[in-house]
Design a protein around this ligand. Structure first.
Ligand code: ATP
Ligand code: MG
Length: 345
């Protein structure tokens, strides 16, 4: 079953993955308005729900195994939908296993260190999913588009100038390789928004009083650097999508589709890690049996020796003939339809 789900997800996300070594030109290679023709919007909520459930299941295993961690880097232009994506996609996951870190303009203390320092400080632990809302990639994006930010980093002369971006790509690739080798899988998502959709989303923030707080004139002014950002993103995708930490370009003009894509990428990455619940060894089994006997012996008069075991047995019996819930049936049917269409696509 997992194999089947993994295959379906792999096929679904294949067009989003940036093949390592390929040269990317965003405008030519990725359409922000893309939505798979085999998927209908009204099925979106069901598919997302299924994705959320897979994520919850795998995150629980990741936490129990306590060996691997996952770092999700989210990058986007302003109004790209990072916050909403995190909220929706991670909605079913145990908050104790997730750590969301936002990265803003670096503080004086952060500038007093090497440029990767603050990101290393906030990596997840084993068993956790760390979400970087903006990430170390700002160091080759905003810092590249605004060279004065590089000056603020007070780098020695030889670390600036020609070749600085190529060097940063190599350093970032090496850092992520090191993390992967040590049990931390890095997965990188770029929410690819069109300039026109950004304009509409900014206007919505102006027009709707409840959204006014989100509007920033500085964000709107930053639009004049749009082409520079597109070039910086293209170069970043070209040089930092690797086998061990690939980039996925998520079409972001349709929020519902972007969220499905993100949940599919994360689910697929977790399935690839394939975390397992730890098996208990013979000594632990003996411990369990002894404890069970002790607790059963303490049962008050008239009470079942092990009420939970009785419930389990009853549940198993009921389960054999029980009807699946309406919601589960709807989800199963819609998944089957989508699965058939993906297989044909
Ligand atoms: P939102 O607007 O949804 O709250 P946000 O991620 O846009 O989220 P802001 O506080 O609006 O948060 O913006 C953070 C700013 O910090 C962005 O403009 C980003 O480019 C900038 N930033 C992030 N990392 C760096 C960096 N290393 N150097 C300089 N600026 C950075
Ligand atoms: Mg912002």
């Amino acid at each position: 079953m997992d194999d089947e789900r993994a295959k379906l997800l792999a096929k679904f996300i294949a067009p989003l993955r940036v093949a390592p070594g390929s040269k990317v030109k965003l405008a030519r290679d990725f359409d922000p308005g893309y939505k798979a023709s085999f998927l209908k919007k009204k099925e979106g909520a069901t598919i997302l729900q299924a994705g959320v459930e897979v994520l919850a299941e795998y995150q629980a295993r990741l936490a129990a195994q306590d060996t691997w961690g996952m770092v999700v880097c989210l990058q986007a232009m302003d109004a790209g939908g990072k916050d909403g994506t995190i909220r929706h996609v991670m909605s079913g996951v145990n908050p104790q296993g997730v750590r969301v870190c936002g990265f803003k303009v670096p503080s004086a203390e952060e500038l007093d260190h090497d440029y990767l320092w603050r990101y290393a400080q906030r990596l997840p632990r084993r068993g956790e999913i760390g979400i970087f809302n903006r990430s170390h990639y700002e160091e080759v994006l905003v810092v590249r588009v605004h060279p004065e930010l590089l000056d603020r980093q007070r780098l020695p002369e030889q670390a600036k100038g020609k070749g600085v971006w190529a060097r940063r790509y190599t350093e970032i690739n090496d850092w992520e390789h090191f993390l992967a080798d040590n049990g931390f899988k890095v997965v990188k998502l770029f929410l690819n928004l069109s300039k026109e959709e950004q304009r509409c989303r900014f206007l919505k923030r102006v027009d709707l009083p409840d959204k006014n707080w989100k509007f920033s004139a500085a964000d709107a002014r930053e639009r004049k650097y749009w082409d520079d950002y597109q070039a910086a993103f293209s170069d970043m995708l070209t040089h930092t999508s690797t086998e061990w930490a690939p980039w996925y370009v998520i079409p972001a003009d349709h929020k519902w589709f972007a969220r499905i894509c993100v949940s599919a990428v994360l689910a697929h990455t977790l399935m690839d890690i394939d975390p397992r619940y730890p098996k208990v060894d013979a000594a632990k089994q003996r411990d369990l049996a002894e404890t069970k006997a002790l607790l059963e012996a303490e049962a008050p008069k008239g009470a079942a020796a092990d009420p939970f075991a009785a419930e389990l047995a009853a549940g198993a019996k009921q389960g054999e003939g029980s009807k699946e819930s309406k919601q589960a049936r709807k989800q199963r049917k819609e998944m089957a339809k989508v699965r058939a269409r993906v297989a044909k696509a």
